[in-house]
Design a protein around this ligand. Structure first.
Ligand code: PEP
Ligand code: MG
Length: 590
């Protein structure tokens, strides 16, 4: 990105990594960073009433913010669980804490944010030294509330922008997947972060929510100020501060061209996703948040190819119970009809964390207790989800997919727990689908090499290229410093996809791709040529992928793959795929 500058008027451009397409224009809202130092300032006795008043208003504002978030999360995840954020609300009303702040304020005579921070830290220290899981959980609540109160005292924008009532573009050091899940589509025009990458779950979520986003803009939060006029171009990864009238006019033209393309794609919504020479590629949709389920049919997808259920567990203090999950999965099964839903079991860990599951602190979370590993170590949590899925499967075509399977033993262990879950439902006399289909994600290199074993016991494979690339090339999917090494056309990746497809075919099962590679229309020729049977991508890009499939000839794609499998240069491989894409469907390739 460009070097920092202090110039504040006139147009200025900054370049980062584009992760979610679209153009946003509006006022910047720079988010407060949680590790920002809190200044210490002595006050005069006559300033005391003002400090107390500031403290009271900050508590009131924090309470209002928590109530608002509580309501929004409850409606977003369709839950009536009034306990979400209840513990946080108790902290804002805690008389002991408030009185101690007021006493110290009187005694020490310094700014109230400094005093409040000290008192809250002391509380957290004391509670965390007590060996009691309930009290440890309170520490997390107090820390969160402390951050919110201090933010209000400092007059900074909240990490959770729910409190803003005007449209804005968020600038933040980082947004976690949980933060992103809470973004309000009506008010957040776009976001830009200092770190991040294209296949982080934050970026994936931005594309699902159709919020234009740019990441990897190191230092940007220092360079811009809340209220600055900004244009964010999520296609090229450019931020334009103080865009000139000419720039705005140029972007107006770009937007209307994009709209024309979308209108044309609308016309193929109901048509089949079949290549020119008659090969049907099942085109399904990825769903992250439950309220995206409505978008699936709209997009023309054939059902849900990946339901990322872990988002049901984020931003809450207790995990969803069987009943709540059953309602979500039943709804998905009903809405997907006449197609099916592939429910991926909990893939928590890595960049997705939640206080509701007490995840261990790990040095390398992506290589740690993530996904199926967490579930096998926590069978009660796993069984709760499996029972909910088994019950929902009586309402439609529902299948189970385990994430991050590394070999046959893990698949068998997961299936053994599935059998226990069935037995529990049978004992309760609750209806469920006893012959539910079980498939696995192929996203760990060992699963690729053991694909022949796995194909005998799984009913389908879905290749999670986001993780497969990360684990094969050893390139952290959320690290922008090495984002250039994250390479879907690396010959090793193409060979792996081929191995998986071959093993699946030899055993009569199908192979899909549900990683972001499936959403990149420049790579569709390669995936079709490699023999993939299904592509699953976020609803917003399904029409583009359908257009790509319909414009390609599968036999030409196969010939292309024959050619590239002998090549070592990933850039040259990408170029060949891109030229076929441009030749066959130029209008959607930029
Ligand atoms: C993948 O790894 O490609 C995938 C689809 O799963 P996730 O992105 O949720 O890890
Ligand atoms: Mg994955």
């Amino acid at each position: 990105m460009e070097p920092p500058t202090t110039q504040k008027s006139g147009e200025q451009r900054f370049t980062g990594i584009p992760v979610a397409p679209g153009i946003a224009h509006g006022a910047v809202m720079v988010q407060w960073e949680e590790d920002e130092e809190i200044a210490h300032r002595k006050i005069e006795p006559q300033e005391l009433p003002e400090e107390i008043a500031r403290f009271e208003s900050a508590l009131i504002a924090t309470r209002a913010e928590l109530l608002e978030i509580q309501q929004r999360i409850a409606s977003a995840i369709g839950s009536n669980d009034a306990s979400i954020f209840d513990a946080h609300l108790l902290v804002v009303e805690d008389r002991t804490l408030i009185d101690e702040v007021l006493r110290n304020l009187e005694r020490e005579r310094c700014n109230v944010e400094y005093i409040f921070h000290q008192v809250a830290e002391k509380y957290c220290r004391t509670l965390s030294e007590i060996d009691d899981p309930y009290l440890r959980e309170r520490v997390v609540d107090i820390e969160d509330v402390t951050r919110r109160v201090i933010r209000h005292l400092l007059g900074k924008a909240p990490r959770n922008p729910a409190a803003h009532d005007r449209p804005h573009i968020i600038l933040a050091h980082n947004l976690t997947p949980s933060d992103t899940a809470q973004l309000n589509r009506e008010l957040v025009l776009g976001f830009a972060t200092e770190i991040g990458s294209k296949t982080s779950h934050t970026a994936i979520m931005a594309r699902s929510l159709e919020i234009p986003a740019v990441v990897g803009l190191h230092g940007i939060c220092q360079m811009l100020t809340s209220g600055d006029d900004l244009l964010l171009d999520g296609y090229s990864g450019t931020l334009i501060l103080n865009p000139s009238p000419e720039t705005l006019a140029e972007y107006g033209r770009i937007e209307s061209q994009k709209e024309q393309v979308s209108e044309k794609l609308e016309l193929i919504r109901e048509t089949a996703s079949t290549t020119l020479d008659g090969r049907h590629i099942v085109l399904s949709a990825n769903v992250d948040l439950p309220d995206e389920i409505g978008d699936v049919a709209e997009s023309g997808a054939e059902g849900i190819g990946l339901y990322r259920t872990e988002f049901l567990y984020l931003n809450r203090v207790a995990p969803p119970d069987e009943e709540e999950q059953f309602e979500h999965y039943r709804l998905a099964a009903e809405k997907a009809r006449p197609h099916g839903v592939i429910i991926r079991t909990l893939d928590i860990g890595g960049d997705k964390t939640t206080q509701s599951l007490h995840l261990p602190e790990e040095q390398n979370p992506f290589l740690g207790c993530r996904a199926i590993r967490f579930c096998l170590q926590n069978p009660e949590i796993f069984k709760t989800q499996l029972r909910a899925i088994l019950r929902a499967a009586t309402f439609g075509d529902v299948r189970i997919m385990y994430p991050m399977i590394s070999g046959l033993e893990e698949l068998r262990q997961a299936n053994a727990i599935l059998e226990e879950s069935k037995a529990e439902l049978a004992a309760r006399g609750v209806p469920f689908h006893p012959y539910i289909e079980v498939g696995i994600m192929i996203e760990v290199p060992s699963a690729v090499l053991a694909a022949d074993h796995l194909a005998r016991e799984a009913r389908f494979f879905s290749i999670g290229t986001n993780d497969l690339i990360q684990y094969s090339i050893a390139v952290d999917r959320v690290n922008d410093y090495i984002a250039h090494l994250y390479n879907p056309t690396h010959p090793a990746i193409l060979r792996m996809i081929k191995m998986v497809v071959d093993a699946a075919r030899a055993n009569g099962i199908w192979t899909g791709v549900c990683g972001e590679m499936a959403a990149d229309v420049l790579l569709t020729p390669l995936l079709i040529g490699l023999g993939v049977d299904e592509l699953s991508a976020t609803s917003a890009v399904v029409p583009r992928v359908k257009k790509a499939v319909q414009s390609l000839d599968a036999s030409r794609c196969e010939a292309l793959v024959q050619q590239v499998l002998g090549m070592h240069d990933s850039a040259a491989i990408a170029d060949l795929s891109t030229s076929m894409a441009r030749e066959c469907y130029a209008e959607i390739t930029d």
